[in-house]
Design a protein around this ligand. Structure first.
Ligand code: HEM
Length: 431
């Protein structure tokens, strides 16, 4: 039973959750290979989870992430250790810091899109992944020479591609088999990333710390007790940011272009709004454009990249009147919340204007999770997505190659458009 539920969940969490809601209501109890999970998509239940004291929860499912990200990764630690790491890392992604990235996002987008051949189909997910990878690599390490940057990008893509969902979810499949198994190949790439990271950290420590890049900021940051991050911890946090900071954003971008092409009226309204800002608008002006914000939000509502966020109960917890014991886990099902017909009229339709007319609460709309573990890169991701969408939309004529319906599929821990959204460059606009 638990194995079957885990398999169904792993394969298609969207269908899995919707079937459970139709059959059992909310919340739902799910026996999984990692223990019992009680999930809710109801705003009241979500409020209870996201507003609970952080010490109510431990980390559920960290075992799935540690091989990829490392044991000290912000995504894998819990309790006081998590809070202190988070406090150190949050400033790196805050307000003023974002200004520095706008020009970077725009120039990287143009560089990759300029390389497209007119008339030759490409996958939007791939184009977006190279853009977002380049962006996070340069934000983390500062400007690298093109060879070093592309070495990092290829290696990280390989690391993520080799992190198969099956081995992530089923521990038993993590067998090296004399070095020939997929798991052994994943470990080999992981070792290569670790070695490159160690060299990068050592070089940065030696060369002085004048830069404004994330690596420099994290080397300099101090915990409340005046200690600093060790090299091992820096490696885990940087790997986490590199992995969490691009795959998610590139999937949203691929979905965004899919929906915009399916809805030419929405696309036209968006292009008019961007053009009204004048030629070559500033990224900061773009980031304040309400309709662009609404398009990004509606894309993440319909296609949440992370289908749910789970927490292990360290103490008994009351969820919607059910008394739950310590040891099991609770989850906010983003999929259920984002398609809740009591919150969203016509929930399966792509209608960005719903975000113009109404402000949804953090318990109704949570593409970046919530509470004490909410995504630290949310502002970075939103700023990047808006800059990339506006640049591609206004400077390149990109079209879907077919009108087939694209569905969601698991990439590893996250979900993305199955097949990657095939598009073609039909022309370029004068800049
Ligand atoms: C559209 C893009 C993104 C989406 C949809 C997304 C979504 C999420 C979600 C759902 C979580 C879990 C939150 C929870 O448990 O409540 C999360 C955590 C996290 N994300 Fe993102 N993310 C995105 C982009 C980024 C970027 C750009 C970065 C870094 C540059 C980043 C770094 C992280 C980190 C470090 C955590 C762990 C936070 C913690 O446990 O305290 N993410 N993200």
């Amino acid at each position: 039973m638990a194995a079957l539920q885990s398999l169904l969940y792993m394969k298609d969490p969207y269908a899995f959750y919707q079937h459970l809601r139709e059959r059992y209501g909310d919340p739902v109890m799910i026996p999984t290979m990692n223990g019992t999970l009680v999930a809710t998509g109801d705003p009241d239940g979500i409020r209870e989870i996201f507003s609970a004291r952080p010490d109510t929860f431990g980390h559920w499912g960290a075992d799935a992430l540690t091989p990829l990200l490392g044991e000290q990764s912000l995504l894998c630690v819990e309790g006081a250790v998590h809070m202190s790491r988070r406090k150190l890392m949050m400033p790196v992604f805050h307000g003023e810091q974002m200004h520095a990235y706008g020009g970077l996002f725009k120039s990287i987008t143009r560089r990759h899109a300029d390389a497209l051949e007119e008339g030759k189909p490409f996958l939007m997910q791939d184009l977006a992944a190279w853009i977002t990878l380049d962006a996070i690599i340069q934000a983390i390490f500062g400007v690298l020479d093109p060879a070093a940057s592309s070495r990092w990008a290829s290696l990280l893509r390989e690391l993520i591609d080799r992190a198969s969902p099956a081995a992530i979810f089923f521990r038993i499949l993590r067998q090296e088999l004399g070095g020939i198994s997929p798991w052994a190949k994943f470990l080999a790439v992981r070792a290569e990333v670790d070695a490159m990271m160690a060299t990068m950290i050592a070089e940065r420590r030696q060369s002085g710390l004048g830069g404004q890049d994330i690596l420099t900021m994290l080397i300099q940051a101090r915990f409340d007790d005046d200690t600093v991050m060790t090299d091992g911890e820096l490696r885990d946090q940087l790997t986490t940011l590199l992995v969490a900071g691009h795959e998610t954003t590139s999937s949203v971008l691929a979905w965004g272009f899919y929906w915009l092409e399916k809805h030419p009226d929405v696309r036209a309204t968006l292009v008019d709004g961007i053009r009204a800002l004048g030629p070559d608008p500033e990224p900061m002006a773009l980031s304040r454009l309400p309709f662009l914000d609404a398009v990004c939000n509606e894309t993440m509502r319909l296609n949440p990249i992370v289908p749910d966020v789970a927490r292990q109960l360290l103490k008994p917890f009351s969820l919607k009147g059910y008394e739950l014991p310590a040891g099991i886990a609770v989850a906010v099902s983003t999929i259920l919340a984002h398609t809740n017909p009591e919150t969203y009229v016509d929930p399966m339709a792509f209608k960005p204007e719903r975000f113009l007319n109404h402000t949804f609460s953090p318990f109704e709309f949570m593409p970046f999770g919530g509470g004490s573990r909410r995504c630290v890169g949310a502002a970075f991701a939103m700023y990047e997505m808006k800059t990339v969408i506006a640049t591609l939309l206004c400077e390149y004529d990109l079209r879907l190659t077919s009108d087939r319906e694209v569905v969601a599929a698991r990439r590893n821990i996250t979900m993305g458009p199955k097949g990657g959204v095939e598009m073609v460059l039909a022309g370029r606009a004068a800049r």
